[in-house]
Design a protein around this ligand. Structure first.
Ligand SMILES: *Cc1c(COP(=O)(O)O)cnc(C)c1O
Length: 366
């Protein structure tokens, strides 16, 4: 049986992107592999990232970190969405570093200290107003930190993809101040990390001891409009989503296509049926994207269904049932890109790749 659709992931592109980003940052690199490595596949991508020179891995959930350990990965791992009530003991047992954003979490983590002390990174809110210590920062005292080993301090940028935006400098300034406070308490040898992909690419002053790169390691631009496309940033998109045409048929002009008959064929044409739909992560509202066959683009016609959508191949197309078509890829052979799909659905490349569903096998090119 061959696959109906495949997300082909080029691991050499991931290794090359990591090496490039690490050289650019000039400091350690934490590869962000949360959300199944942005849809690319957790374990193979984590291994490729380490081969490419990453020295840390970062995930959102404790479960993701434990999955990495179960696969035999021994590199340091930071998990940053581990709320009070989590199984902190198992984090310690698996040597997983935990981000802590509140005194409640700090107390709970400290309480599981045994032979090994829990390793934590203090997350501070420097202006994004999402995670991280804000007012409670000033209430942390020696009692709260006695059970834990403070490995790092970090924060996250809200607008790093907008170079020159004053909020970036404000966040950087607050971060430096919070680091200085910690240093004044004698914590002088901890890992300071602030930059995401966008900051790594454009803001060397924020690199500190380590950068945390997500989207860029997958070869995608953090923001095409403000930073430019992948190739301008010297990044190589790693994922190609391809599928087989389920059916190709000649259709007369004036045929209504799909649910709601939202579009009608304008002339006699050849339509292709693609057996992927919104259950696979194809955005239902996508417009002006579709597939490419031999470098020629065929846009979506009509609404995307749960498991299927229809593309207009054009009357002269030589495509047949069973032919492979690209939904998106690096864009070097005429195909649409994840950026195009983001634009076409009022979203961003991040959402396009992370939402590709579990029915789509990930295939690895080494
Ligand atoms: C997701 C995430 C990143 C990576 O962001 P990119 O824009 O993909 O580089 C870095 N740090 C934290 C805390 C994150 O949640």
């Amino acid at each position: 049986m061959t696959n109906r659709a495949e997300a082909v992931v080029d691991l050499s592109a991931i290794r090359a992107n990591i090496a490039f980003l690490k050289a650019k940052a000039g400091v350690d690199l934490l590869a962000v592999v949360k959300a199944d490595a942005y849809g690319h596949g957790l374990i193979p991508v984590a291994k490729a990232a380490l081969e490419g020179g990453a020295t840390w891995l970062g995930v959102a959930l404790l479960e993701e970190a434990i999955t990495l350990r179960a696969a035999g990965i021994t590199a340091p791992i930071l998990a940053w969405l581990v709320p009070p009530g989590s199984d902190f003991k198992s984090a310690v047992d698996h040597d997983i570093d935990i981000a802590v954003s509140s005194i409640k979490a700090l107390d709970e983590v400290g309480a599981v200290a045994g032979a090994k002390r829990p390793r934590i990174h203090l997350e501070v809110d420097t202006g994004m107003t999402r995670g991280g210590f804000l007012s409670e920062w000033n209430e942390i005292d020696a009692h709260h930190v006695k059970g834990v080993e403070i490995i790092g301090i970090f924060s996250h940028f809200a607008r790093a993809d907008e170079p020159g935006e004053p909020q970036n400098l404000e966040q950087l300034t607050r971060f430096k101040k919070m680091v200085a406070t910690l240093e004044s308490f004698g914590y002088t040898n901890i890992i300071r990390h602030l930059s995401n992909s966008a900051a790594t690419l454009v803001d060397p002053a924020s690199a500190f001891d380590m950068v945390r790169t997500g989207i860029a390691m997958y070869g995608l631009s953090p923001d095409v409009k403000t930073l430019g496309r992948s190739e301008k940033l010297s990044l190589k998109p790693a994922m190609t989503l391809r599928t087989k045409l389920h059916l190709v048929k000649d259709v007369p002009a004036g045929s209504p296509v799909g649910y709601g008959a939202t579009e009608v064929t304008k002339s006699d044409t050849k339509l292709g049926l693609v057996a992927m739909g919104y259950a696979d992560g194809i955005p239902r509202i996508a417009k002006n994207v579709g597939v490419s066959f031999n470098g020629k683009r065929a846009p979506i016609i009509g609404r995307v269904s749960m498991d299927q959508f229809v593309v207009d191949l054009g009357a002269a197309s030589t495509a047949k049932s069973g032919d492979w078509v690209s939904i998106f890829g690096p864009g070097t052979s005429g195909e649409y890109t994840a950026d195009d799909w983001g634009d076409a659905s009022g979203s961003i490349n991040y959402e396009i790749v992370t939402r590709i569903g579990p029915r789509v096998p990930r295939i690895y090119e080494l």
